[in-house]
Ligand binder design. Structure first.
Ligand SMILES: [Fe+2]
Length: 312
């Protein structure tokens, strides 16, 4: 089995103007648990995940604060630091003991578009539990998708600098490639990069225990009055189910399950899937038609955090 440089996706940190409303949505309705709160920062955990938290919210003008990935060990964090230093990456800070909730040993730097990326090891894991049958809450953060104005450049940066591999690509006959699915472990994608008008959050996705729990989660969130932008369905790329909703701060959040696992990386051949074929996006034929208007919902607001490190 190929061992890639990063072990997994850890968390996504976002700043939102109305902290209480977004935190209440993600805890009361979406099914995350408040693990810790410190001033204007709320740390939300997924019950099925040993990560100390999977989403961090901070009260400030809306922006992406950072995306965090795990490394297998402290030595791997150091090795990656050496590699990135030689490539002229702009660092927020080199490897050090992390003082925020969850601790660990890590570093922060900017990606090619200016998003803050954290890579850490040795965090204080929390006691996770198996999600019960029919329990409609997330197991873990599944993947994050970013918009960029330069898909080829951004994807290539993650492949070259952080050892991601392209699992599959979505393309439009006229527009060319519009989304690259990137893996850092056997999960088909932990990160995806979408072509958009600007750098921003496309969506964050949470894995449910199975199709039954995913469907119950969808129903529960619909009953909370949350609008479903697109779904429910099953994608071709990644073979995962999808249902996208808009949070109060207008961030797109997804419930998913059964994301493909690439057991043998050496035998995997990335596909370029034509998005104009209905079965590419929606195998079951159950989702509402994907339109330009739906695509625009995920453009989100221009990220104000590029090349500006968050204060925590
Ligand atoms: Fe997704």
């Amino acid at each position: 089995m190929t061992v890639r440089q990063l072990s997994h996706l850890r968390y996504l940190a976002l700043a939102v103007e109305d902290l209480e409303t977004e935190a209440d949505f993600l805890s009361t309705h979406w099914g995350l648990s408040v693990a810790h709160r410190e001033g204007d920062t709320v740390y939300l955990a997924a019950e099925g995940s040993p990560e100390p938290f999977s989403v961090r919210l901070r009260k400030a003008d809306k922006r992406i604060d950072l995306i965090s990935f795990g490394a297998h060990s402290r030595a791997d964090v150091d090795a990656l630091f050496e590699k990135l230093s030689a490539k002229d990456v702009k660092f927020v800070h080199p490897p050090q003991e992390l003082t925020q909730f969850g601790g660990g040993y890590g570093m922060r730097f900017f990606d090619v578009d200016g998003r803050t990326v954290e890579v850490s090891a040795d965090v204080e894991l929390r006691q996770s539990r198996k999600i019960n049958e029919r329990e409609p809450i997330p197991v873990k953060l599944s993947h994050v998708v970013f918009n960029t104005a330069n898909l080829a450049t951004t994807s290539a940066w993650y492949v070259e600098h952080l050892d991601f591999a392209v699992s599959d690509t979505l393309a439009h006959p006229q527009m060319g490639p519009i989304m690259d699915f990137l893996r850092c472990n056997p999960a088909h994608h932990s990160l995806a990069i979408a072509q958009g008008p600007h750098a921003s959050l496309h969506h964050m996705s949470f894995e449910m225990r199975g199709v039954e729990e995913w469907m119950r989660g969808c129903g529960k969130i619909l009953r909370s009055g949350t609008r479903m932008v697109w779904g429910p369905g099953r994608h071709n790329a990644g073979d995962n189910t999808f249902a996208y909703f808009l949070s109060p701060a207008r961030n797109t959040v997804e419930y998913t399950t059964e994301l493909a696992v690439i057991e043998d990386e050496d035998a995997w051949h990335p596909s370029v899937l034509d998005v104009t074929k209905v079965t590419t996006q929606d195998q079951w034929g159950t989702a509402n038609e994907f339109t330009e208007l739906i695509a625009r919902e995920s453009f989100n607001d221009v990220d104000l955090g590029l090349f500006v490190a968050p204060p925590v």
